[in-house]
Ligand binder design. Structure first.
Ligand SMILES: Cc1ncc(COP(=O)(O)O)c(C=O)c1O
Length: 468
C-alpha cells in the first residue's frame, strides 16, 4: 500500500553531478536565502556556520516531510488507512536507518529523541555491574550518563595511537564482568576523527563492548557499524539535517532486550493483566518497541530516513571531498592570521570533519563571536561546547574555573577561558567560508566596529555602540 507512496516521496535526488567531486554544489538546505540585519546597517544572507550544534534541514527532508504531512496518522495504534500508512512509514524508516548504518542481522534500531537520549538509554540497560571506560575528552552526553555504573575516566590522549594504548592498558587492568567503552567518532570541539576501528578492536580484545557516539561523524562520513565492528551507534537527527526531534540508538539487541524498558507505557508492552494479588503482570516487547513507549515521533523518524537517503544519493565520496576542500580553506585562512590558535588534540595532520575551534590572542571568544554575528552575519558558537574537560585541557585553563565569558575583551596575552567554534557541512556554500575567513582577518587587523557588553552571560552589541 505505502511502498509506491514512499518511493515517490524519497526518490528525487538533490545531488549535483560535476567532474570534480570536491567542487560539487552544496546540497540545498532551508534558510539559504535568509537575511539578517547587521548592527552597522544593512542586511546580509545569514552564514550558518554552527552545523555542529544543529545543521539546517535539507530541502529534500523538508519536502519529504511536507509530502507526508497530509497523510500523518498514529503509529502502531489505529485501524484507519492513514494509521497504517504512518506505521509502514515508521517501520520502513527503521529499515532505511539500519541500511544507512550497515547494521548486522539481529541488530536493533531504537528511535530516541537525540544522541543524549540514546546514550542515556544505553546507560539504563547496561548490566548492573558493568564497568564503563570513557575518555575525559568526550562530549558531556557521552561523559555523564553512566552515573550508576563504575566509570573509569581516561586521560586525554595526544595521538590516536596513544588513545588505543591508553584504552588497552585500562581494559587490561579491569575486573571480571561486563565492560563498555564509549567513544566519539569525531570531536565536537576539534573535529578530529578518532580511531574507532582500532578502539573497537582493543575493546573486543579485552571482552568489552563499545558504543560509538556518531553525533558529529554521521553527518560527515559514512558510519558502518559492521565494518567498524562497534556494538552500538548513537546519533541525532538535528545534526544530520533532519531537525524534527528524533535520534537513533542502533546495535546489539541482547542488553536492550534483557533490560527493563527505558520508559514504561503503551507501545512497549505486549500484554498487561491484573494479578490475583491486585498488581499487574506486564509482557514487554523484546523488539525495539520495548524502549519506544508512547506515541512515536513519526515525522522525526521519517525525516531521519529521508536525510539518510539524501546523503547516500549525494554520495559520501562527493560530500567528503567537498567538505575537505572547505576544511583546507578555513585552516589555510586561519593559519594566515598569527593571532589565531586552532585547538587540536592530535595535531595538524589529524583527519577531521568540518568542525574547528580556535582562540584569538587578545580577544575574549564571546566578544569575537558576537562581532562575527553582529557585523558580518556569521553564526558560530563560543564557549566550552559541552566538553568542558577537553576545552580546558586544550586552552590550558584551570579545571576549577567556572568557564564564564569574563570581560568582553581579554587583555593581550591573557589566556582565553573559552573558544570559538566554526562548523559546516553538506549545505555550506564557499561564500560562507570565505566570508568567515575574511571577517576573522579584518577583525584581528582592525578591531570591532561596534562596542559590546555582557548581558545575562552573553556578549551583545551595545545599542549605541558604534566605535568608528
Ligand atoms: C559528540 C557529541 N555527542 C553528543 C551530542 C549530544 O547531541 P544531542 O544534543 O543531539 O543529544 C553532541 C551535541 O553537540 C555532540 O557533539
Amino acid at each position: 500500500m505505502t511502498s509506491a507512496y514512499l518511493n515517490a516521496a524519497t526518490s528525487q535526488s538533490s545531488s549535483t553531478t560535476t567532474e570534480d567531486p570536491a567542487c560539487a554544489a552544496p546540497l540545498p538546505v532551508l534558510g539559504r536565502d535568509v537575511t539578517v540585519p547587521l548592527v552597522t546597517g544593512g542586511e546580509v544572507t545569514y552564514a550558518a556556520l554552527d552545523y555542529a550544534a544543529s545543521a539546517p534541514a535539507l530541502q529534500r527532508v523538508w519536502d519529504d516531510v511536507a509530502a507526508y504531512a497530509p497523510y500523518y496518522g498514529s503509529v502502531h495504534r489505529g485501524a484507519g488507512y492513514l494509521s497504517q500508512l504512518s506505521t509502514d512509514l515508521f517501520e520502513n524508516s527503521r529499515r532505511t536507518v539500519a541500511e544507512f548504518l550497515g547494521c548486522r542481522p539481529g541488530d536493533q534500531v531504537v528511535f530516541t529523541r537525540s544522541t543524549t537520549d540514546s546514550l542515556n538509554l544505553l546507560a539504563a540497560v547496561v548490566p548492573a555491574d558493568t564497568q564503563v571506560f570513557v575518555f575525559e575528552t568526550e562530549h558531556h552526553a557521552s561523559l555523564l550518563p553512566w552515573r550508576d555504573a563504575r566509570v573509569t575516566y581516561l586521560n586525554a590522549p595526544r595521538t590516536p595511537a596513544e588513545a588505543v594504548a591508553t584504552l588497552d592498558r585500562a581494559l587490561a587492568g579491569r575486573e571480571q564482568g561486563p565492560a563498555l567503552v564509549c567513544v566519539t567518532g569525531a570531536s565536537n570541539v576539534t573535529g578530529e576523527i578518532w580511531p574507532v576501528r582500532e578502539l573497537a578492536a582493543a575493546a573486543h580484545r579485552h571482552g568489552a563492548r563499545i558504543v560509538l557516539d556518531a553525533a558529529q561523524l554521521a553527518p560527515h562520513h559514512p558510519v558502518d557499524i559492521a565494518e567498524l565492528d562497534v556494538d552500538w551507534v548513537a546519533f541525532s537527527g538535528h545534526k544530520l539535517y533532519a531537525p524534527f526531534g528524533s535520534g537513533v540508538l542502533a546495535g546489539r539487541a541482547d542488553w536492550l532486550r534483557e533490560a527493563e524498558p527505558y520508559l514504561a507505557g503503551g507501545g512497549a508492552s505486549r500484554k498487561v493483566a491484573r494479578r490475583a494479588d491486585g498488581g499487574v503482570d506486564v509482557d514487554w516487547h523484546t523488539t525495539a518497541a520495548r524502549h519506544e513507549a508512547g506515541s512515536p515521533n513519526v515525522i522525526g523518524v521519517y525525516a531521519i530516513a529521508s536525510a539518510c537517503k539524501a546523503l547516500e544519493e549525494a554520495g559520501f565520496d562527493t560530500l567528503v571531498a567537498r567538505e575537505q576542500r572547505l576544511v583546507r580553506r578555513v585552516r589555510d585562512g586561519l593559519a594566515s592570521v598569527p593571532e589565531v590558535r586552532v585547538l587540536s588534540l592530535f595535531g595538524d595532520d589529524a583527519p577531521r570533519v568540518g568542525v574547528l575551534s580556535f582562540v584569538v590572542e587578545g580577544w575574549n571568544s564571546s566578544h569575537f563571536a558576537a562581532a562575527l554575528s553582529a557585523e558580518y552575519g556569521i553564526g558560530v558558537r563560543d564557549g566550552l561546547f559541552c566538553a568542558h574537560p577537553l576545552v580546558r585541557t586544550l586552552l590550558g585553563s584551570d579545571p576549577q574555573d567556572p568557564g564564564e565569558c569574563g570581560a568582553p575583551e581579554a587583555e593581550p596575552g591573557e589566556r582565553s577561558l573559552n573558544a570559538i567554534r566554526v562548523s559546516f557541512g553538506a549545505g555550506t556554500p564557499d561564500e560562507h567560508v570565505d566570508r568567515f575567513v575574511g571577517a576573522v582577518r579584518e577583525l584581528v587587523r582592525e578591531g570591532a566596529r561596534w562596542s559590546y557588553r555582557t548581558e545575562e552571560g552573553r556578549c551583545v552589541p551595545d545599542r549605541d555602540g558604534e566605535t568608528v
